[in-house]
Write a protein that binds this ligand. Structure first.
Ligand code: PLP
Length: 478
C-alpha cells in the first residue's frame, strides 16, 4: 500500500469509525458466537501472495465484527470501563504514524519529555502530594496496566528491603527472601497476588470489615504477629476503589500501622477510582496518600484515554530505577551519564515503549479540567439515578456503598426465601437490612445466590452486559 492508497483506505476508515461510534448502541453488546467460531472462517495458513485491501476490509466487517464485544456501547456495564474519546483516538493515530520506540530519551526526546509533563499534569489534577511530581525526588511514569504498576512497585519494595539487610546485616536477598511477606486484602485485585507469585514471594490476604474496607487495626495486628514469628513485611497494597465493590481502604490507618517500619512499601491501587479525584469532592478518599510510596491509577479506565495507559507515581524515583536499571554499553548515552534526562525504560520491566503520552496530552487539552470533571459527574449521576430507582423497588437492595459509579445490588433474601421470622413479624414486609444480615443463614444465602445468578442470566438475555461479584459470600450484580 502506498501513500495514495493509504489516503483512500484511511479516509474510509475514519468514516467507518465515526459511523461505528454513532451506532454502537444499536449493536448487540455481546456477540452471539460460539467458541472457535473464527477458526472455521479463516484459513489455517497465512496468505502466500498479497491480498487486496478491499477484500481484507470486507472480511473485517463480515467475519471479525460479528465476534466483537462492544465495550463502548451504552449497554456495556461489565467489569470496569475502558476509555474512549476522539482526541485520544487521534493521539493513538499520530503515535502510530511516528511508529517509534522511546526507551531512551534520545530515542524520542519529545515522547519522554511529554510523558514527564503530562503525568505531572495528572498528579496536579488528582491533587497528589507534590512529592510525587517530577521536580521533586519523585515522579510519574506511564505503564501499560495497573498490574505492571503494582509489579514494578513490588520489585522496588523488594530491592529496598534487600539493600537495607545487605547494608545493615550483611544478608543478601536469598537469605531474606523466604521471610518476605506482601499483604493484600480479600478485596484487592488479583494482580497483587500475581506480582508476588512471579517474584516467588509469599503474600497474605487480610480480611476486610463489613464495608469491604481493609482497616489499619487489622494491618497493625497482623504486622505485629508476623514480626513476632520472624517474618519480614515489605509491601502492602491499599485500594481506593476495589474491583468488586469499589470500596476504599483505610489508607490513613494503614499508613499509621506501617509508620514505624521504613522497609514496608505502601502501594495504593486506585486503578479505577483514581480518575474520580479530578473532582475535588472525591478527594477525601485520598486521605493518607501523601504518606505512601506509590500510587497508581488508569486513565484508560475512566478518564477517556484509550487502553493502554496506567500511571504510576512514586515518591522516590531512585527506589524504582535502582531496582530496574540495567545499562549495557549499547544503552548508555551521554545525556543519561550526565544525569540530564530520564530514560523511562529504567522505570519499567520492558525495554520498548509506545508514545502513550500523546493521546493523554490530546485528551487532557481537548477536555480540560472542566470536561474531565463533567465526564466523572455524568457517570456518577447515572449511578445515583439507578440507586434512586433501585431503592424504590422493595425486591432489591444495595450490597455495598456506592462511592463512585459502581453499583452492586442483589435481591433481598426475603424475596426468594420467604418466612424469615422478621419478615413475618413485619406483616410480610421485607426485614430491615440489619436484621436480615444477622438472620441470613446458609440456606437463605444459598437460595438468594442462586436466584441472583438466574436474574443475571435474565438481564444478559435482554442485551445488557453486566458482571457478577461475590462480596463476603453474597452474590451480587455489579
Ligand atoms: N486494580 C484494580 C482495583 C482493578 O479493578 C483492576 C481491574 O479492573 C486492576 C487493578 C487491573 O487493571 P489492569 O488491567 O490495568 O492491570
Amino acid at each position: 500500500m502506498d501513500a495514495n492508497e493509504f489516503r483512500k483506505h484511511g479516509h474510509a476508515a475514519i468514516e467507518a469509525i465515526a459511523e461505528y461510534m454513532e451506532n454502537v448502541n444499536d449493536l448487540p453488546v455481546v456477540p452471539k458466537v460460539a467458541p472457535n467460531f473464527l477458526q472455521e472462517q479463516i484459513p489455517a495458513d497465512p496468505p502466500k501472495h498479497p491480498e487486496s485491501f478491499d477484500q481484507i476490509i470486507k472480511d473485517f466487517n463480515d467475519i471479525i465484527m460479528p465476534g466483537i464485544t462492544h465495550w463502548q456501547s451504552g449497554k456495556f456495564m461489565a467489569y470496569y470501563p475502558t476509555g474512549f474519546s476522539f482526541p485520544s483516538l487521534i493521539g493513538e493515530m499520530y503515535a502510530s504514524m511516528l511508529a517509534g520506540n522511546g526507551f531512551l530519551w534520545i530515542c524520542n526526546p519529545a515522547a519522554t519529555e511529554l510523558e514527564t509533563i503530562t503525568v505531572d499534569w495528572l498528579a496536579k489534577l488528582l491533587g497528589l502530594d507534590e512529592r510525587f511530581l517530577s521536580n521533586s525526588q519523585g515522579g510519574g511514569v506511564i505503564q501499560t496496566t495497573a498490574s505492571d504498576s503494582t509489579f514494578v512497585s513490588m520489585v522496588a519494595a523488594r530491592h529496598r528491603i534487600a539493600t537495607y539487610y545487605q547494608d545493615h546485616k550483611g544478608l543478601n536477598l536469598h537469605d531474606i527472601a523466604p521471610k518476605l511477606v506482601a499483604y493484600a486484602s480479600d478485596q484487592s485485585h488479583s494482580s497483587i497476588e500475581k506480582a508476588a507469585k512471579v517474584l516467588g514471594l509469599q503474600v497474605k490476604v487480610l480480611p476486610t470489615d463489613s464495608d469491604y474496607v481493609l482497616r489499619g487495626e487489622t494491618v497493625a495486628e497482623t504486622l505485629e504477629a508476623d514480626r513476632h514469628a520472624g517474618l519480614l513485611p515489605f509491601f502492602i497494597c491499599a485500594t481506593i476503589g476495589t474491583t468488586s465493590a469499589a470500596s476504599v481502604d483505610d489508607v490513613p490507618g494503614i499508613v499509621k500501622a506501617c509508620q514505624s517500619d521504613e522497609n514496608i512499601w505502601i502501594h495504593v491501587d486506585a486503578a479505577y477510582a483514581g480518575s474520580a479525584m479530578v473532582c475535588p469532592e472525591f478527594r477525601h478518599h485520598m486521605q493518607g496518600c501523601a504518606d505512601v510510596d506509590s500510587f497508581t491509577f488508569n486513565p484508560h479506565k475512566w478518564l477517556l484515554v484509550h487502553f493502554d495507559c496506567s500511571c504510576l507515581f512514586v515518591k522516590n524515583s531512585l527506589a524504582l530505577t535502582n531496582a530496574l536499571t540495567v545499562k549495557p554499553y549499547y544503552l548508555r548515552t551521554k545525556a543519561q551519564d550526565q544525569g540530564l534526562v530520564r530514560d523511562y525504560s529504567d522505570y519499567q520491566l520492558q525495554l520498548g515503549r509506545r508514545f502513550r503520552s500523546l493521546k493523554l496530552w490530546f485528551t487532557l487539552r481537548n477536555y480540560g479540567q472542566s470536561g474531565l470533571q463533567k465526564h466523572i459527574h455524568d457517570s456518577v449521576g447515572i449511578a445515583q439515578l439507578f440507586i434512586r430507582r433501585l431503592s424504590n423497588d422493595p425486591r432489591l437492595e444495595l450490597v455495598a456503598k456506592a462511592h463512585f459509579a459502581l453499583v452492586c445490588f442483589r435481591l433481598k433474601p426475603a424475596v426468594c426465601y420467604p418466612c424469615t421470622s422478621n419478615s413475618q413479624r413485619n406483616g410480610g414486609q421485607a426485614a430491615s437490612n440489619d436484621s436480615r444480615a444477622t438472620n441470613e443463614n446458609g440456606a437463605a444465602l444459598q437460595a438468594t445466590n442462586a436466584k441472583m445468578l438466574d436474574l443475571l442470566h435474565l438481564i444478559q438475555q435482554s442485551d445488557i452486559f453486566l458482571t457478577k461479584a461475590i462480596l463476603h459470600g453474597k452474590v451480587c450484580i455489579r
